[in-house]
Design a protein around this ligand. Structure first.
Ligand code: SF4
Length: 524
């Protein structure tokens, strides 16, 4: 069995019967949709035409939403249906970022992910999905594509069909007859200022994932625009950004927690400096403090935070969210052990020969700290709905940012504990070097080197020349790189501390732009 859909755009009349039948059959809450009809208008008055495109989950053969889910709440059945289990979902919203088709939303009543599930409860009793039964023009055909005698197989055999975003490699199983690029490609039309039946909402704000305010009768502005533009979207579901300030904040605190140990472990391993017990104890404690904030941010960003332990107890190992959680856990355990060792040595509770354990801890800690710093790059790579995050420079950038934050901590720590001269000197060298490298990566990666896809290029433009330009240039580049470099060149402890504060604040602003800008680009 291999279930799929064919939607015939040639015969669809845009009546929304499928959308309403789906809402009624699946009790979809107000303001959210599992399927909807997108309207696209083309031409110039009076020679205009309106096209419809029914949009929903594609039940991909290679579904990225399943791969990224840390607890197998999103899963693929043996009959090809991509199903979800609201009872299992922790509300991490990673599947919303992974789906390149905006098919998933967060159920505002349950706080869990939901989407078209092919009316699997009906299919199991031999019935067709509700949208298929209700369609007055039989424009939606559902069935087993492995059965050569099924209607869907016969239609697929005789009609030329297209799918949405085939370049994503997800192998969608929703095939459109008469699907055209303008309707299928979400960035083929400009973001509308207004829509038929609905206001345009600010998608970067908090709220349910595809919520829109209904404004009955507000058609005037849409009609005026029809005469001016050759192509425009006049009706669509508007999706809000699933991730907000918590994600950039987590990137900063994680960089601080892991960077402190990366800096220390590399320095000890390369014999660049020695670290006394007081410094070691303080550094481990500060790293643990930032790791605690990182964990809290991750947990409280879940829509169902009380279920967070499921990542550990029922892990889905293909997800980098799961791998990341275990990396952070291992990192946290080892940091705690190291902190206890150094503190007990410092207080004389342990004999001095215990200090020999430090060499082994160093070898174990370095890969864990690097893993904790860079795993987010692999998580972001699984978020197939955000092309900008698919950058091959990201692991290196996260490593450099973490090392920069680690060295920044030691520059500030100098005023609290007395660092050895080589440690102080190396902290400044590494801070300056990593700031320069990070600046180069940021400018090359986001501004100068062409992006691999049009969607990534659009998101990058949104970041450096659009809505997030202020965060990017004044926050990320000037405050986060230029000012710290200038302060360090001035010398003195006050200037060094200002440099550290600016670098941390600047990193947050840059991450904010990097996380938010791709979420502005529509996927449907
Ligand atoms: Fe459906 Fe999106 Fe998952 Fe594909 S990636 S199966 S369209 S939810």
């Amino acid at each position: 069995m291999n279930f799929g859909f064919v939607i015939n755009n040639r015969t669809c009349i845009g009546c929304h019967a499928c959308s309403t039948a789906c809402k009624s059959e699946n009790e979809v809450p107000l303001g959210t949709y599992r399927t909807w009809v997108k309207y696209i208008e083309t031409g110039r008055y009076p020679d205009v035409s309106r096209r419809f495109q029914v949009t929903r989950c594609n039940h991909c053969a290679n579904p990225p939403c399943v791969k990224i889910c840390p607890v197998s709440a999103m899963y693929q059945r043996s009959d090809g249906i991509v199903e979800f289990d609201g009872e299992q979902c922790i509300g991490c919203k990673a599947c919303l970022q992974a789906c390149p088709y905006d098919a998933i939303y967060i159920d505002p009543e349950q706080g869990t992910a939901a989407k078209c599930h092919y009316c699997s409860h009906r299919v199991e009793t031999g019935l067709e999905p509700a949208c298929v039964v209700v369609c007055p023009t039989h424009s939606i055909i559902a069935g087993d594509m492995d059965d050569p005698n099924s209607e869907i197989s016969r239609v697929l055999g005789k009609e030329a069909t297209t799918v949405r975003k085939p370049e994503q490699g997800t192998e969608p199983k929703l095939f459109y007859v008469d699907g055209d690029n303008v309707s299928l490609n979400p960035i083929a039309t400009a973001k509308p200022d207004t829509m038929m039946f609905a206001d345009v909402v600010d998608t970067s704000l908090h709220g349910s994932s595809n919520e829109q305010r209904s404004v009955p009768g507000d058609k005037s502005s849409g009609n005026e625009r029809m005469a001016e533009q050759m192509v425009q979207t006049t009706y669509n579901a508007q999706h809000r950004a699933p991730w907000h300030w918590q994600v950039p904040a987590y990137l900063v605190t994680k960089a601080l927690a892991s960077g402190i140990f990366i800096f220390l472990c590399l320095g000890i391993l390369l014999d660049l400096f020695v670290v006394n017990m007081a410094t070691m104890s303080l550094s481990s404690l500060v790293s643990l403090f930032f790791l605690g904030i990182t964990t809290a941010l991750l947990i409280f960003d879940l829509e169902r935070p009380e279920r967070f332990l499921r990542i550990i107890l029922q892990p889905q190992w293909k997800s980098w969210l799961t791998k990341g959680a275990f990396l952070l856990m291992g990192f946290g355990l080892l940091s705690t052990f190291w902190w206890a060792l150094e503190t007990f040595l410092y207080l004389g509770i342990l004999e001095s020969h215990w200090a020999e354990v430090r060499a082994w801890l160093n070898i174990l800690m370095l890969p864990l700290a690097i893993g904790a710093a860079i795993y987010t790059a692999f998580l972001f790579a699984q978020a197939e709905g955000r092309d900008l995050w698919q950058s091959s420079l990201l692991p290196l950038h996260l490593f450099v940012q973490a090392l920069c934050m680690g060295s920044a901590f030691f520059i500030s720590a100098d005023s609290v504990v007395s660092l050895t001269a080589p440690l102080r000197t190396w902290a400044t060298y590494i801070f300056v070097l990593t700031l320069a490298v990070s600046l180069a990566i940021t400018l090359l990666g986001e501004v100068l080197i062409p992006h691999a896809s049009q969607t990534a290029a659009k998101a990058a433009k949104e970041m450096h020349s659009g809505k997030y330009a202020l965060f990017f240039w004044f926050g990320g580049i000037i405050l986060g790189h230029m000012v710290p470099l200038l302060c360090i060149s001035l010398g003195g402890s006050l200037a060094a501390n200002i440099a550290v504060v600016c670098a941390i604040a600047g990193l947050y602003f840059y991450e904010h732009a990097f996380v938010m800008a791709p979420q502005e680009i529509p996927n449907s």
